[in-house]
Design a protein around this ligand. Sequence first.
Ligand code: FEO
Ligand code: CA
Ligand code: CA
Ligand code: CA
Length: 567
Amino acid sequence: QLGPDSKLLDFLPVSLAEGNGAIPTVSPDYDYQVFIPWGDPIEPSGPAYQWPPSAEDQRLQIGIGHDGMTYFPMSADSESFDRREIYRNAVNYGSKHGMLCINHEFGTNPHVLGKDAPESIDDVRASQHAHGVSVLEVKRYGRQWRLVNSKNARRVHVNTPVRFSGPAAKSDLLKTPNGNIPLGTVNNCSNGETPWGTYLTCEENFNGYFGASNRESQWTPSKEQERYGFSENGFGYGWHVYDRRFDLSDADFTNEENRFGWVVEIDPFDGTQVPVKRTALGRIKHEGATVVEAGDGRVVVYMGDDQRFDYIYKFVSKDPWRQMRSEGRDPLDDGTLYVARFNEDGSGVWLPLDMSVPVLAENFASQEEILVFTRLAADKVGATPMDRPEWIAVAPNQDVYCTLTNNSQRTEATGANPLAPNPDGHIIRWRDTEQHSGKKFVWEVFLISEETHGTEQSFADPDGIWIDPDGRLFIQTDGGQKDGLNNQMLVVDTRTKEIRRLLTGVTGDEVTGIAVTPDRRTMFVNLQHPGNGDPSVTNFPAPLDGVTVPRDCTLILTRKDGGIIGS
Ligand code: FEO
Ligand code: CA
Ligand code: CA
Ligand code: CA
C-alpha cells in the first residue's frame, strides 16, 4: 500500500528531443508490443489482412480507428463479475486471459477503400464494416499477447442488429416509415464499463455519415438536425448514395438519424447478445460513459458531449444498482439525466433534464423527446457551454476529472473555461457534495496545457484520460502538439501535479484508449490514424510486419521490471 508521501512516478520520461519519431518512443523503462492492427482477423482462423479489404473479409477483421477499449478479465465465474472485487484481489487473477472490447471510431475512404468515394454498395459495406466495435479474446503467453479463437469474439458494426431500451425505446421518433429494424453503431469514440461486467461504446460524430441525395426533393435540415450538425455531404463518406438508410432526403427513412448518438451496451461474455442502445443516457455526440458507484449504491454515468460549447452530463440510476438488477430492472434504463452548470464562484449544479422542469415541460412534448433531442433540452436549462468535453475519469478520492480538449472559437473566458480562444485545452476537476449522486459539486481548473509549453512537460489537446487506484492520471493527446512532439501519453501525480511523458506516438496519429489488466502490469493503448492514413508520412507498423499502408493498432505496454504501469 502506498503512503501519502510515496513517489508515484519513477520512470525515465521520453524527452522533448525524442518525441517525434516515425515509430513510437516509450520510456527506456518500458517495452511495447504491436497488437491487433486494422485488418487482422478477429480470430486466428479468420480471413488474413489484405489491402484494401473486401466487405466480406472486413466483417470478420479488426476495424479501423482504434479508440476507447476495456479489458475484461476472464474468471472461472464470469457470471458474478465484479470489477472492484477483481481489483481488491488483483495480483495475477485474470491478468493473463480476458476479453478485449475495442472501438473503431473512423477511417477515411482513401485509407479504407483506396479511393475518395464509394462506387458501389459493396464499397459502402466495406467502409461500414470497418467501423464499430471488436470483441476479442486475448491471452498472454510468456511476454507476448495473442488473439485466440473464441465463442464470444465478434464484430459489431454499422449493420449489426441492435435494440433500444429505456424511456424512449418505443418513441415514434425512433421509427421510420420504412419500418426497418434498428441496425448498427458508428463513430464509436470513448467507452465505459459497468460494474456488472458489460462494455459501453459511445457514438460520437454520427452526423457525418449521413448525407442528402435530394433525389426526390430538396433536403433542408430541421432545427434538431441542425443542432446535431447534419449536412448535405456529411464528412464525405458517400454512404447515402448507395445506402438509403443514410440518405436524409429519403422520406422512407425519416428518423433513421435519430437512431444514432447513443450509449450502447455490449456483453463481452455473450457473443449472441443483441447490443442495447440505452436511451435514458440521452442522445448527444457521446465521447465516453464513465461509470462509478455512488456512495448510496446507485450507479452514476459521467458523459461529455464533444463539440465546441457543448456540455457535461451525468446519469444517476433510480435505486442502488444491485437492488435494481436483483429485481430484474436495468440500472441504465431508469434514472435521472442531468447536465452541468459551472458557476463562477467554484460551485456547480446538476440540472435535471425531465418534464418536472417548467421550461422543458413548455418546450417538449414528452420525456422521449427530451432524450432524443437532449442537446436542445440542455440548451434551455442554463447548462455551461464547455471547451469540447472529452473523457472523464474518477480518482480514488472521488474527484472527477474531465478533459476539455480545445476551443478555437471561444471569445469570452469564464471560470471553468478560462482561455479565449483556447487552442490547446485544459483539464477540470470537481467533487460532488454527495459522492456522485448529489445535485451540487465544487470544481477547479486542474491543468492548463498552454502553461506546459516550452518545458519538458509540454502537452496540448488532452483527450483520453484514466486514473489508476493510486491516483496516477494518464493523459492522452489528440491534436497539434507543441515543442516538436507527436501525440503522446503522459502520467500525472494528481497530488503534486508532477508530469512525466511515458510514450509518444508516430507522425500524424493520435494516442487514445486505455485498458489495463487487474494487476496493472499490462496496459493497452491505441495509435489511431498513424500518418493520417498516408503511407508517405509513415507506414507504421509496417516496419514490423512488412505491409505498406499505415494501420491503426494497439500498443501493449509493460515495464521492463514487470512493475505497475505508470510507476
Ligand atoms: Fe472521438 Fe472527441 O474524440
Ligand atoms: Ca479520434
Ligand atoms: Ca477522443
Ligand atoms: Ca479528440
